[in-house]
Ligand binder design. Structure first.
Ligand code: 5GP
Ligand code: ZN
Length: 114
């Protein structure tokens, strides 16, 4: 996926400050942060959107939630709380077509979201 921004970050063709990496995911700060802590947790597999999650990906998606919890602790947003967001499609606000999870914290999150 040569023209995918996140694949290029994963393959280290584009520089980013990776804060976590394992065999399945990477995490790095969002370039346009919407909260004091705003990390993107990105599966290494190029899955385009939540609509493309299949039975084969069940373990991966569970793993993302464990990584999010651990990063929330590492970045000190576990006690007050955080939000893990996945946008899907145009109405959902998805702009990068490689599935990713926004880990947001460090401020109170309003509900309903905008
Ligand atoms: P989406 O709108 O698809 O849910 O989220 C995409 C996110 O990726 C946006 O919050 C945007 O700021 C972030 N983003 C887009 N391009 C880059 C990039 O090159 N580097 C980083 N670190 N974040 C990016
Ligand atoms: Zn990709």
């Amino acid at each position: 996926m040569e023209d995918c921004i996140f694949c290029n970050i994963i393959n280290k063709k584009i520089n980013s400050s990776i804060v976590y990496e394992d065999d399945y995911v990477v995490a790095f700060p969002d370039i346009n942060p919407q909260a004091p802590v705003h990390l993107l947790i990105v599966p290494k597999e190029h899955i385009k959107s939540p609509l493309d999650i299949g039975e084969d990906n069940k373990e991966l998606i569970g793993h993302v939630y464990i990584v999010a919890k651990n990063l929330a602790k590492k970045f000190g947003i576990d006690k007050k709380g955080y939000r893990l967001v996945t946008n899907c499609g145009n109405d959902g606000g998805q702009t990068v077509l490689h599935i990713h999870f926004h880990l947001l914290g460090g401020r109170f999150m309003t509900w309903p979201p905008g």
